[in-house]
Design a binder for this molecule. Structure first.
Ligand SMILES: [Zn+2]
Length: 388
């Protein structure tokens, strides 16, 4: 029982309605200090303890903020995407306001793509828009200069953002950088419809493109760690739309290479695939990610089984719970996730916290996590004779 890897993650118990899970090494063992506004434990320490199976004082909160953070400080979205000072200020503001355990330099999917030459419009206060692909015909690939050595303005701006964030939080709160997965990046450059066609019709050519993309993402991930990021998230949204067979051929090997590079530099790799990834869970477990995000349409219990030993992060419905739900529904959602009893769970929305999400719902999440810390572990019975 010395090493973290040998700790059982949960005990399986038979019940009339099927399998139940109870925490055997609960992530929460200390009381939250309600008399103090200060964090009882600092967020990075909390994460490191969770990673190594040591006690933490409460479940971490890794909600992904972008639009909601910009508008929290009254900044228009274009400023948030294009000026690292705004990105940094907005993320530090939501960190404090909503008791998060992460500061994040995730912004929009087009950092690498713009620096590769893609034309993207940034409306003053709306989402960025790519009107035409950079690689229209397969032959165009030879003319593209991929930013492996010299990053352009947008990638450099993210590095500045990470430096600024790290300067503010030091080693108290994990700073998260971000890259696109190679397949997601290929889709940014080529357009989604074309990529879907390439997957079927020109797999060898697509792999040439993915090879270029993966080199960019590895270089960018490493530069973000050098700039001060503790963790790198990798977004590979396209992956949820393809079969496990295709995922294993066109997404997973590239995710593995990027994560290898991140780990070699001492960073924490986090995998984020938006949408329903139920059919990919077993393969995602092979990606090398130490944290895997689970969207709201994925069953958390199933994810806990498939990703045993890996931290899972999720999966409150961003729309029906955070945006449109009540504080009571948020609270219930947090407690439902906790009841799965997976010892390596981080609380978060299944995807980005929507713009306009009421502050009271986000406060309800942090309050629920504090209350949970005061309830566990004594209120959750650990059954006899279970375990694996
Ligand atoms: Zn997502």
């Amino acid at each position: 029982m010395d090493s973290a890897q040998s700790l059982p993650q949960f005990v399986k118990v038979s019940s009339p309605i099927g399998k139940n899970y109870r925490i055997i090494n609960p992530p929460i063992v200390k009381k939250w200090n309600t008399a103090s506004q200060d964090h009882f434990m600092q967020s990075l320490q909390r994460l490191q303890n969770l990673q190594s199976g040591k006690p933490v004082d409460r479940v971490l909160n890794f909600d992904i903020f972008m639009m909601r953070a910009a508008h929290h400080i009254g900044a228009p979205l274009s400023k948030y995407y294009l000026d690292y000072r705004v990105l940094c200020e907005a993320n530090l503001a939501v960190l404090k306001e909503f008791d998060l355990d992460i500061v994040q330099a995730i912004s929009d999917p087009y950092r690498e793509a713009v620096d590769t030459g893609l034309e993207v419009e940034f409306p003053t206060d709306n989402l960025p828009l790519s009107k035409k692909p950079l690689i229209v015909e397969p032959n165009d690939l030879g003319n593209v200069r991929f930013p492996v050595q010299n990053f352009g303005a947008r990638m450099t701006d993210r590095l500045e953002g990470i430096r600024a964030m790290r300067e503010q939080v030091g080693d108290e709160v994990p700073v998260m950088g971000w890259v696109e997965g190679a397949l997601a990046e290929a889709a940014d450059l080529r357009g989604m419809t074309n990529i879907m066609r390439d997957l079927a019709k020109r797999p060898a050519w697509l792999k040439e493109l993915l090879e270029k993309c993966v080199e960019v993402e590895i270089a960018f991930a490493c530069a973000q760690i050098d700039a001060g990021a503790h963790m790198i998230g990798l977004g590979d949204a396209v992956a949820s739309l393809i079969s496990p067979h295709m995922y294993r051929e066109f997404a997973l090997p590239y995710e593995q290479r990027i994560f290898e590079a991140i780990k070699a530099k001492g960073g924490i790799p986090r995998l984020h695939i938006c949408g329903n990834t139920t059919h990919l869970l077993k393969d995602m477990a092979q990606s090398g990610a130490q944290i895997v995000d689970i969207d709201s349409m994925v069953d958390m219990r199933q994810a806990a089984e498939a990703l045993d030993g890996i931290i899972i992060c999720g999966n409150l419905n961003p729309v029906s719970i955070f945006l449109q739900g009540s504080p009571d529904q948020v609270r219930e959602g947090v407690f439902t996730n906790a009841a799965v009893g997976y010892a390596r769970w981080i609380s978060a929305g299944g995807c980005e916290i929507p713009d306009q999400t009421p502050a009271e719902n986000l406060h309800a999440q942090s309050q629920a996590l504090r209350d949970l810390a005061n309830q566990l572990p004594s209120d959750i019975p650990i059954p006899d004779g279970g375990g694996d």
